[in-house]
Write a protein that binds this ligand. Structure first.
Ligand SMILES: C[S@@+](CC[C@H](N)C(=O)[O-])C[C@H]1O[C@@H](n2cnc3c(N)ncnc32)[C@H](O)[C@@H]1O
Length: 297
């Protein structure tokens, strides 16, 4: 196995009509690489993992919401050597009431599938929160020395990238990130009148190892809002340029003073007004003065 995998032929196992199914060949490669004897999959979908494990003559524990298992609220029954996890890609493909009837799941198992289906979270933030709860629960079920492979993808909506890889919690040792080239993806067939974006042609496999018991590192993504006027490493040129842009491209000098006062950038300087004027005159390619106003070139 190498850091880029590409399976033009899907391989045998699972059901290629189950939306979002994955290539059995990826699971074969992971089993071979890690010399896996026991594999678990708690979102097994059409059963690709079980079919591969049967062929390889190893034990598989497979579950899914479509068979009455809810990873969000139920315990992971096993102590695991290896977990393959292929969660929904946010709401790209809806599962309950699309691939199977939620009413059937409720009747048979008493689970309200539409509420716990990871493909129906209220928002991206809600999805990441639940994804991370599932991640930590599964990782904790690994025996020391155990591994987890997570297949996931990115979404692009209205010019913004929503990356599962960037935001998913990463417990333990991050051993590798494998790029998986996507073939026969439904969205690849869509034609757009104005194709001014980069098409996503890959997924990722995140490979994690639980090297220690009880106490291990977890990498979390944190989204913060920054006001550059409070950031020490930002230069005065960029603070002033942003202030002028925000003011619509022109501004009076005293308004620039007002816009910086009270912020960390100004607090650190005993001669703020002088600094502002010095910066405006030092960057003549960027700022110019006309009729009592400062402009951006
Ligand atoms: C991307 S699919 C997995 C496809 C699978 N690898 C295959 O080859 O068929 C994601 C699966 O997650 C399941 N799922 C969504 N929310 C779940 C939950 N809370 N607990 C367990 N399974 C869930 C869906 O039913 C769906 O089958």
């Amino acid at each position: 196995m190498q850091s880029i995998v590409s399976y033009k032929e899907r391989g045998i196992g699972g059901n290629n009509l189950y939306r979002g199914n994955c290539s059995p060949r990826l699971i074969e490669d992971l089993i071979d690489f890690y010399k896996v004897k026991n594999i678990s999959d708690y979102m097994c979908g059409s059963g690709t993992t079980k079919d591969v494990a049967d062929r390889k003559n190893i034990k598989a524990n497979v579950y899914d919401l479509n068979q009455g298992f809810d990873l969000l609220n139920m315990d992971v029954p096993e102590r695991n050597e290896f977990i393959f996890w292929h969660p929904p890609y946010h709401n790209m493909i809806r599962y309950a009431d699309n691939m199977y009837a939620a009413s059937e799941i409720e009747k048979k198992y008493g689970i309200c599938a539409n509420e716990v289906d990871l493909s129906q979270c209220r928002s991206w933030e809600d999805f990441i929160k639940k994804l991370n709860a599932c991640m930590i629960k599964q990782f904790a079920s690994l025996e020391t020395g155990g591994h987890m492979a997570v297949l996931m993808g990115d979404l692009k909506k209205q010019g913004k990238l929503y990356s599962m890889l960037l935001e998913i919690a990463k417990p333990g040792i991050i051993e590798n990130i494998v790029i998986k080239v996507q073939h026969n993806c439904m969205s690849n067939k869509n034609q757009y009148a104005n194709e001014n974006f980069i098409r996503i042609q890959h997924e990722y496999v995140l490979l994690l190892k639980k090297a220690e018991d009880l106490i291990y590192p977890v990498q979390f993504a944190v989204n913060r809002i920054a006001d550059i006027r409070n950031l020490e490493s930002v230069t005065w040129k960029d603070v002033i340029a942003d202030i002028i842009e925000k003011a619509g491209g022109k501004i009076e000098l005293h308004n620039i003073y007002q816009q910086v006062s009270g912020y960390k950038k100004a607090e650190k300087n005993n001669h703020v007004k002088e600094k502002v004027r010095q910066t405006l005159y030092a960057y003549r390619k960027i700022f110019f003065f006309e009729n009592g106003l400062w402009y951006l070139s």
